[in-house]
Design a protein around this ligand. Structure first.
Ligand SMILES: Nc1ncnc2c1ncn2[C@@H]1O[C@H](COP(=O)(O)OP(=O)(O)OP(=O)(O)O)[C@@H](O)[C@H]1O
Length: 691
């Protein structure tokens, strides 16, 4: 039996409370993220800088569209460009029509002379419409593919970045922006880029026509475009800046709305009469939000007004130039008539182009958040270290391990040392915040220590692909998620077995090397003995060890969850989420049983149980620990619990205080040592024995 060791540790000092100014929100200010200064700088660029930026944004949009579908990208761009060419043909043919009509001679002869050009005009109009429709079709096909590509890329990274990334306060903000707006921006940007192409193609067509009619008209057209483009870009920038400034307020509003209209908070909200406080917070946030929005709308309207006035003046100037050329006899009447039509078409094309310059610029800013997040997340990927591989470990050794979470001063774990062999159970105990969960995360390879090592069979986890290690870990964590899947899928989570409902996770190789009693890959539609809806006449007393269903059921039984699941309306097939039609919810203890069943099903050689019985009733707790003890000889078990009666069977107990291991040893040795463990144990025991 190991000797108990007791070391000294200092006690925590007192804490101070933040004070809140009265009359303002009592919710603390959300922290600014790294990207804020970056994107403010980006959003306040001048018109010229924006124009320089557009090609790069467009190139990025086309690149992502290209990745989504080459065929549709080419089709959308090419058909829009061809439609522009058809527009130019149509306009030039119009000049032929007007020339023929304005020529001298009898009306019938003039009309006859105009017919060939009229046919070209009609054909050009027909072709242009057809090309635009096909381009629109390609664009409509492209957009959902682009969105899927962008989202898929995002989720590939968010599910793979180091767990430590989530401890960075800015990361969730960045992720939210990229997820909520950034991915959508990719779709809008693609739409904007293609519409901009269409607008520019139309503009180019009319510009070519005007240049052929008279070069001066081209200059006039360009001059007329500037005010409208300026107004559009400025309005977009105002919208972006206001949106950007409102992010943290909107998040708070969202949080408040979730607190006030949520089943989970409804009871506590009432019992603690929190309604006035929450409504007041809402009023403060929503009031500020509305004021900001109204101010933005006012400034946008002013901008558009100024842009409109200048645009009108510029257009008037163009018509004056046209009139002067006509009076000067430097432009024939037919050409002047064509120029009027071309200018009309140019105005439409310009409106399309300007609207989409606006959109592309604005979406480009959001898109930038998306690409920046991808880059930032890419930096936080686990290192691709395949120097070594790990198999189911026979021993785990922690040497002088220290762990600091991001942006915290005090280490969560400080110089921890422990060794555990297969067949052993170690228990981590200590006060709240003493570092138990953090140490368990190090053991599981979810975090790597800042200094020191965690080795499995002598291989440091920092040198292996983390997924290699996680395949050998099962975890009943303190804060397990209520996965909105069926009861069965909740037990199967993350394993390579296919559920009967076909919502299988992507298969992973070698989920578990440890031999199991029965096959884990039984076919999805393996014959079932009877209904699983809980109305079965013949209760399934004996698990069918060698079938897929049998293994799920056996795990549920070990966790004391089978009877509960069998009693659900559709048994193992019951959806455990009230968000779905026919979905059910479970009590806290029932969810915890399910979490334990998941760990038993995974049957991994390393089992981490972090407060696995916190919500269980006494009988269920007793059964759970009996099941854990029964499986202990085949695995390494790490047990964290505040109920010390449950750790007395552990082979070795580690007592933590402020990240230090301050005592360790077997139960009886620690009692004999008379340290913190003995004190806490006696305290709990008194609770049961006191009269
Ligand atoms: N993700 C995190 N980011 C920053 N600090 C964290 C994080 N997780 C834990 N901590 C801090 O690290 C310290 C140790 O936390 P840990 O969860 O390991 O304690 P614990 O002993 O498991 O506590 P409990 O008994 O309450 O579960 C605490 O001070 C906690 O505030």
């Amino acid at each position: 039996m190991a000797k108990a060791t007791v070391t000294a540790a200092s006690r925590p000092s007192g804490s101070s409370r933040p004070s809140h100014p009265s009359g303002s929100s009592q919710l603390p200010e959300l922290k600014a993220s790294w990207w804020e200064s970056h994107s403010v700088a980006l959003a306040s660029v001048r018109f010229s800088a924006m124009a320089r930026r557009l090609p790069a944004v467009l190139r990025q949009a086309v690149t992502i569209a290209w990745q989504a579908s080459r065929r549709d990208t080419v089709a959308a761009l090419a058909f829009n460009l061809l439609a522009g060419v058809a527009t130019a043909f149509g306009l030039l043919a119009t000049r032929g029509v007007l020339q023929a009509l304005f020529a001298a001679g009898p009306t019938l002869d003039r009309v006859r002379a105009a017919v060939p050009s009229l046919v070209v005009v009609a054909a050009a109009t027909f072709v242009r419409s057809g090309l635009s429709i096909i381009a629109g079709w390609a664009q409509a096909r492209l957009e959902p593919q682009v969105l899927t590509t962008a989202e898929r890329r995002l989720f590939e990274l968010t599910t793979q970045v180091k767990l430590a990334a989530f401890d960075d306060a800015g990361f969730s903000d960045e992720m939210e922006r990229a997820r909520n707006r950034g991915s959508l921006a990719v779709q809008f940007l693609t739409r904007g880029a293609i519409d901009l192409t269409a607008g520019l193609a139309g503009l180019a067509a009319t510009a070519v026509t005007l240049a052929l009619l008279h070069p001066v008209l081209l200059g006039a057209l360009l001059l007329a475009s500037v005010p409208a483009a300026w107004a559009a870009v400025r309005a977009a920038r105002l919208a972006y800046l206001s949106n950007h400034a409102r992010t943290s307020r909107r998040r708070r509003l969202w949080m408040l709305s979730d607190l006030m209209a949520n089943r989970a908070t409804a009871a506590e909200l009432r019992a603690f009469t929190m309604r006035p406080f929450l409504l007041r917070e809402y009023d403060i946030m929503a009031g500020a939000e509305t004021r900001t929005e109204l101010e933005v709308v006012r400034r946008q309207t002013m901008t558009r007004l100024v842009g409109g006035v200048f645009s009108g003046v510029a257009t008037f100037g163009v018509y004056v130039a046209l009139g002067a050329l006509l009076v000067d006899h430097r432009l024939p009447l037919a050409a002047a008539g064509t120029a009027v039509l071309a200018l009309q078409a140019a105005r439409n094309a310009l409106a399309l182009a300007v609207t989409n310059v606006n959109r592309v610029y604005e979406e480009g800013l959001y898109f930038n958040d998306y690409t920046d997040f991808l880059a930032r997340a890419g930096e936080r990927m686990p290192p691709v270290t395949r120097e070594a591989t790990v198999r189911a470990p026979a021993s785990i050794e922690v040497r002088d391990a220290t762990l600091h979470y991001a942006e915290t001063d005090a280490p969560a774990v400080l110089g921890a040392n422990l060794t555990v062999h297969r067949g052993q159970t170690i228990a981590l105990v200590g006060e709240n915040g003493s570092g138990k969960t953090s140490l368990a995360r190090l053991i599981a390879g979810l975090y790597h220590p800042d200094s020191g090592t965690v080795s499995w069979d002598g291989t440091p986890l920092s040198t292996v692909d983390p997924e290699d290690a996680w395949q050998h870990v099962a975890m009943v964590s303190q804060e397990y998620w209520h996965w909105p899947f069926t009861a069965e899928r909740n037990i199967l989570l993350g394993t390579n077995d296919a559920p009967r409902d076909g919502t299988n996770d992507a298969p992973r190789d070698g989920t578990n090397d440890a031999p199991r009693d029965g096959p884990r890959d039984a076919p999805r539609d393996a014959p079932r003995d009877g209904p699983r809806d809980g109305t079965n006449d013949e209760p399934r007393d004996e698990p069918r060890e060698n079938t897929h269903d049998g293994l799920v059921e056996a795990a549920a039984r070990k966790a004391g969850a089978h009877d509960m699941i069998a009693g659900l309306p559709a048994g193992y097939d019951t959806l455990l989420s009230r968000n779905f039609a026919g979905g059910q919810d479970l009590s806290g203890g029932q969810w915890q049983r399910l979490a334990a069943a998941r760990a038993f099903y995974r049957d991994a050689p390393v089992l981490i149980c972090d407060e696995p019985s916190a919500a269980l009733d006494a009988r269920a707790e007793h059964a759970l620990f009996a099941a854990l003890r029964a499986g202990a000889p085949d695995r390494i078990t790490v047990l964290i619990t505040h109920r010390l009666a449950n750790v007395r069977h552990a082979d070795h107990i580690y007592v933590l205080h402020e990240g230090h291991v301050v005592e360790h040893g077997a139960h009886l040795d620690l009692l004999a040592a008379g340290g913190t463990y003995a004190e806490l144990f006696a305290l709990q025991a008194t609770g049961y024995t006191a009269a």
